[in-house]
Design a protein around this ligand. Structure first.
Ligand code: NAP
Length: 212
């Protein structure tokens, strides 16, 4: 697939690199320096461009910016009608201490309102970026870590599930987009365990699919 990366930081940089390693055609965009995008492109066997170029002709775009940058990057990306948008963006405040959307809505649902003609899938936001390369390297092992995703459009969810598998996770369809109301706060629990709780990293990385 051709995948446009909107936001080439910790998540976008790593996921874009892994998508390219899995054989997809990747365009990195939206970092504060052009040099960074060019470096990612060079090292990842991908290309660099503007958000508009990344989105044009893309089979899927990855939305991986801070909540405060969502409107700006969507504006720069241009018309996203009909596009699959895989979002890992969490609706966090400026200092990343609180969700600014929760309970009765979610970041993913608010993005769907901003781009009503696009097809939004919420995925990858329950995983800390640090583990992505490790999961990719271990991807052929029988016991793959689960990764939940949700969305309202089944063909877009098929695209997201393929990308999740390509990174090395077992995709778990959690249902419609409104389930992001529960998965987004869950992402903060994982982050709390990973970065702040005692023994967190072990716990956070060992969440296994229930019933397996
Ligand atoms: N990191 C994680 O473990 C993780 C896990 C789950 C979900 N998420 C969510 O994923 C999204 C992206 O997170 P991230 O950790 O990848 O963030 P990040 O490293 O800060 O990446 C954000 C990207 O936006 C770019 N950007 C362009 N213009 C900007 C501006 N004016 N101000 C700030 N950034 C600008 C940044 O540029 P530069 O490259 O120049 O900085 C960077 O490439 C967030 O919504 C976050 O909540 C992150």
């Amino acid at each position: 697939m051709r995948i446009g990366i909107l936001g080439s930081g910790l998540m976008g940089g790593k996921l874009g690199t892994l998508f390219a390693r899995a054989g997809h055609e990747v365009v990195f965009s939206y970092a504060r320096s052009k040099e960074k995008l060019q470096r990612l492109a060079r090292e990842g066997n991908a290309s660099a461009g503007t958000p508009g170029e990344a989105a044009k002709e893309a089979d899927a775009v990855l939305l991986a910016v801070h909540w405060s940058r969502v409107d700006d990057v969507l504006k720069q990306a241009g018309d996203l009608s009909g596009k699959v948008i895989v979002s890992c963006s969490l609706p966090m405040n400026a200092d990343n201490t609180e969700l600014v959307v929760a309970h009765s809505s979610s970041g993913a649902e608010e993005i769907a309102k901003k781009v009503p003609k696009a097809r939004i899938v919420c995925a990858f936001n329950t995983v800390p970026s640090e583990v992505l390369f490790g999961v990719f390297e271990a991807r052929r092992k029988a016991e793959r870590p689960s990764l939940v995703y949700c969305g309202d459009d089944s063909s877009s969810k098929g695209v997201a599930a393929e990308l999740i598998r390509d990174v090395g996770f077992d995709p778990v369809d959690a249902g419609p987009l409104r389930i992001a109301r529960y998965s987004e706060p869950f992402a903060l629990l994982v982050a709390q365990l990973a970065y702040a709780g005692s023994g967190g990293p072990e716990l956070a990385y060992r969440f296994a699919r229930f019933g397996k």
